[in-house]
Design a protein around this ligand. Structure first.
Ligand code: MSP
Length: 507
């Protein structure tokens, strides 16, 4: 097993403008990457854009420009947005790059020579928007089962990948290995395999589609976009190469549930045919919906991440996307739910607790934190906070990132309860050394609680947490989880910073 954890996102179709559904796929992998670095692990995060296919060819024709010009412009939009949303990928692959094309062609040639790709006749239907060949049994009321649009019927000579040959192997592999997550999605893949897979048509005649990668053994054809796109996960590592040997197989490949079959069936059988190890985990998250419909450009209901982050901040959007969705399920987006969560979790729970603690230290100790000399306060929340925080590596491993934001909310409530029950305002009025030390202890525990709770949210809101930490004037621990999740870190006599409002309420 490689030492470096390798995480991938699907590569995005460039003909769609990025929306929060795309931003979510990226965010999950960004968090995998940032949290694992936080746990002191080596990680490699790959993303990119999927740039071939009929839709691009048609759209370039309409705009009277070369397809490459079009895809370059659109691909840059994704890169710009990812930079804005503070995603920390290590490589961005475009399927129009030579480094990708050459690997796709090598693989096609290898599988052709091995007899796993052969020339046959395709009879069936084709859905242009989905770029999918369909059989009669796949159609739903004579329409495409994926997009419910008209399909066209035709017959032509084409190349096929002998996917059927791997049906039994794949079925057994899925049953014996828990690599498809959440677990219930494995049944979908098994259902698709059914009594056996068909061979997969992997060529498109150049008479209809020229914007693709040429088959190295027959230049009258280009390869099917999915066969091209899936290979990005290995072409980006320069397969075959030392880097590939070091990184492969991926620790987690994150996808949306709409592309489960292409990844758990096409991709797995392609890897098997190439005798390559299987990904350790394929994680399919749910969809962002608007009024119960999947957010997508064709439905015209997309929420633009730029608008939300310009209005309320990048980190607030990152937090919302993590907190609001249980990754395996679908979740509806609405501005009301965004505002509600922001005010509740960030302005109130996190922001107000911070300001409450800081105000007490300024009021009772002129902003100087004194370490208690003995411990008398039985309700100290820190041991519980540390125990709970130590579950975070497990949550990250399960990709249950929303459990981290749930946890921070729960811990902040505990801190507030601690303050209410300890009644520092009463203790401050008693002028003796016992109560002086007791108040020191309460204030110290509160600051340490805030330090730990904000620290565990650092990978989710890197900029806001740094800003927030100015209030307690301490951020030396933020790079490592083990430095955050630790007791008594802040020194005696530490001067805290000015009280600022980090998350102003949205009215
Ligand atoms: N190009 C293919 C993937 C090829 S990978 C070898 C593709 N691209 S996509 O742009 O349509 O989708 C990219 C990712 O965005 C997918 O994981 C998809 O599930 C995700 N989302 C697109 N719309 C979405 C929502 N409304 N909600 C959540 N994620 C969704 O598929």
């Amino acid at each position: 097993m490689p030492d470096c954890k390798y995480f991938t996102t699907p590569i995005f179709y460039v003909n769609d403008s990025p929306h929060i559904g795309h931003a979510y796929t990226m965010l999950i992998v960004d968090l995998l990457s940032r949290y694992n670095k936080f746990f002191d692990k080596d990680v490699y995060f790959l993303t990119g854009t999927d740039e071939h296919g009929l839709k691009i060819q048609q759209s370039a024709l309409k705009k009277e420009i070369e397809p490459i010009e079009l895809v370059t412009k659109y691909s840059k939009n994704f890169e710009k947005l990812w930079e804005k949303l503070n995603y920390t990928y290590d490589d961005f692959i475009r399927t129009t790059e030579d480094r990708h094309i050459s690997v796709v062609q090598t693989i096609l040639q290898t599988l052709y020579e091995k007899g796993d790709i052969y020339l046959g006749t395709y009879e069936g239907f084709y859905c242009i928007p989905c770029e999918m060949f369909l059989l009669e049994k796949d159609l739903k009321e004579d329409k495409c089962p994926h997009c419910n649009r008209e399909v066209s019927q035709f017959e032509e000579k084409n190349y096929f990948f002998r996917m059927s040959k791997y049906s039994n192997w794949l079925k057994e592999y899925i049953k014996e290995n828990d690599f498809i997550q959440p677990k219930f999605r494995a049944n979908e893949a098994l259902g698709f395999i059914g009594d056996g897979l068909n061979d997969l048509c992997i060529s498109r005649s150049k008479s209809r589609l020229s914007w693709g990668i040429d088959l190295p053994f027959d230049n009258k054809y280009v390869t099917y976009v999915w066969f091209d796109a899936l290979i990005n996960y290995i072409s980006a590592l320069g397969y075959p190469s030392d880097k590939f040997e070091e990184m492969w197989p991926p620790s987690v490949q994150v996808i949306g549930k709409d592309i489960l079959i292409t990844h758990t069936v096409y991709w797995m059988t392609m890897l098997k045919a190439l005798n390559l190890p299987m990904p350790e985990k394929i994680y399919a998250h749910g969809w962002w919906l608007v009024d119960k419909n999947k957010m997508s450009k064709s439905v015209g209901n997309v929420v633009d991440p730029i608008e939300i982050s310009d209005a309320y901040g990048v980190d607030a959007l990152r937090y919302f996307l993590v907190a609001e969705m249980t990754p395996g399920n679908d979740t509806s987006f609405s501005l009301e739910s965004f505002v509600q969560r922001y005010n509740n979790d960030l302005a109130n729970d996190l922001g107000n607790t911070l300001n409450r603690v800081s105000a007490m230290i300024h009021k009772y100790r002129n902003g100087i934190l004194e370490k208690p000399t003995s411990s008398d306060n039985k309700n100290n929340p820190i041991p519980f906070i540390l125990d709970e925080a130590n579950k975070i590596p497990l949550y990250v491993d399960e990709l249950a990132v929303n459990k981290i934001t749930n946890l921070s909310g729960k811990l902040l409530h505990i801190v507030n309860k601690y303050i209410n029950e300890s009644e520092p305002w009463k203790i401050s009025k008693v002028d003796d050394s016992y109560n002086y030390n007791l108040l020191n202890e309460i204030l110290y525990n509160c600051v340490e609680s805030i330090r730990i709770i904000s620290g565990i949210l650092y990978p989710i809101m890197p900029n806001k947490i740094k800003e927030l930490r100015c209030v307690i004037n301490y951020s030396d621990d933020l790079q490592l989880f083990d430095s955050v999740v630790k007791m008594n870190v802040i020194a005696d006599g530490h001067e805290i910073g000015n009280n600022i409002i980090v998350f102003p309420r949205i009215e």
